[in-house]
Design a protein around this ligand. Structure first.
Ligand SMILES: NC(=O)c1ccc[n+]([C@@H]2O[C@H](COP(=O)([O-])OP(=O)(O)OC[C@H]3O[C@@H](n4cnc5c(N)ncnc54)[C@H](OP(=O)(O)O)[C@@H]3O)[C@@H](O)[C@H]2O)c1
Length: 288
């Protein structure tokens, strides 16, 4: 039975493996992606936002996306489906630090009921390992190494950082953790270039399809570099509001665009479950 209902889906091209029947039923349709462009992975982003564009309440214990989505089942399922479709999931350290210490960026973590279906899709259809690589971006290298993402057997976690960040991680014992890899890149004022991260993931980790799960700081930089190919956005039926001095980030934090060069998107699909909307966009090739 369908978990979400499809209003429109313009992504009907015959491009590569499609979902197994059980997932196609739950998603009320198929899910296909374009091949990666030359020398970098195809980048899909996934966020949930309030009606007024807030992605985090930034309140201790309620900063994550599940507060924004009201732990919506459809959002959890689509997040799991996108993770199942990707070679790797990338997140900034702010997103990791605000998540529960037990959090894992696996398909079944957000929708356990489809664990077997996700596995069948990844392993039998896409011929990928059971779990996507988790890629954590941190300039400082200040990460809590007790977290489950660094200590769960079968998980592979890659940290992309600066040389100073690598030194901090080595000093904290990260190299003794069997599933953790550290990759240092040249940085400008502690900031790594999105294209350098993408080239590294493509060439050294074989990533062809990358799921970007934020947060707003990291996402803004990828948008600014014009390397976000698709955006899956869940619109949650609540309004967070903002006071002048309160920081409740929108989709993008720390990057801004002028109207004539703001990234623009074309709507690919619209799905719905109860009061939630699930929107899928692809990057418009031409900007106004
Ligand atoms: N609603 C949603 O869908 C959604 C999705 C994701 C996140 N969120 C929320 O957003 C909030 C976090 O926002 P955020 O903007 O702080 O998170 P973020 O982008 O995940 O993390 C920012 C941190 O990532 C590192 N970083 C980002 N870009 C970098 C670059 N180019 N080079 C080197 N390091 C880089 C830096 O870490 P260091 O300081 O370690 O150098 C930076 O402080 C959380 O509350 C989270 O729950 C919501």
């Amino acid at each position: 039975m369908a978990l979400v209902r499809t209003f429109t889906d313009r992504n009907q091209e015959d491009l590569g493996p499609a979902l197994p029947l059980g997932l196609r039923e739950l998603y009320d349709g198929d899910l296909r992606f374009r091949e990666s462009p030359a020398e970098r992975p195809f980048v899909i982003a996934n966020f949930v936002s309030t009606l007024d564009g807030v992605v985090s309440y930034e309140i201790k214990g309620h900063a994550g996306g599940s507060t924004v989505s009201d732990s919506d089942t459809g959002d959890g399922f689509i997040m799991g489906l996108l993770r199942a479709s990707a070679d790797a999931v990338i997140v900034g350290s702010g997103t990791v630090n605000d998540a529960s210490p037990e959090a894992l960026w696996t398909p079944e973590y957000t929708y356990p009921d489809a664990k077997l279906l996700f596995r069948e899709y990844r392993v039998d259809v896409l011929h990928k390992p059971e779990y996507p690589i988790l890629v954590v971006v941190s300039g400082s290298g200040r990460l809590e190494l007790e977290r489950a993402i660094f200590r769960t057997p079968g998980m592979r976690t890659a940290v992309i950082t600066t040389s100073a960040g690598r030194d901090a991680l080595v000093a904290a014992g990260a190299t003794t953790l069997p599933s953790v890899q550290i990759h240092a890149l040249d940085a400008k004022c502690g900031t790594l270039a999105p294209m350098a991260m993408l080239r590294l993931l493509y060439a050294e980790l074989g990533v062809r399809r990358l799921l970007h799960e934020g947060g707003p700081t990291l996402f803004g930089q990828f948008l600014g570099a014009r390397v976000v190919d698709e955006l899956f956005l869940t619109l949650s039926p609540q309004i967070a509001g903002r006071k002048g001095d309160a920081i409740r980030p929108g989709l993008v934090q720390g990057t801004e665009f002028m109207p004539d060069c703001a990234p623009r998107f074309q709507l690919l699909s619209v799905k719905q479950r109860a009061e939630h909307l699930y929107l899928r966009y692809q990057r418009a090739e031409a900007t106004r």
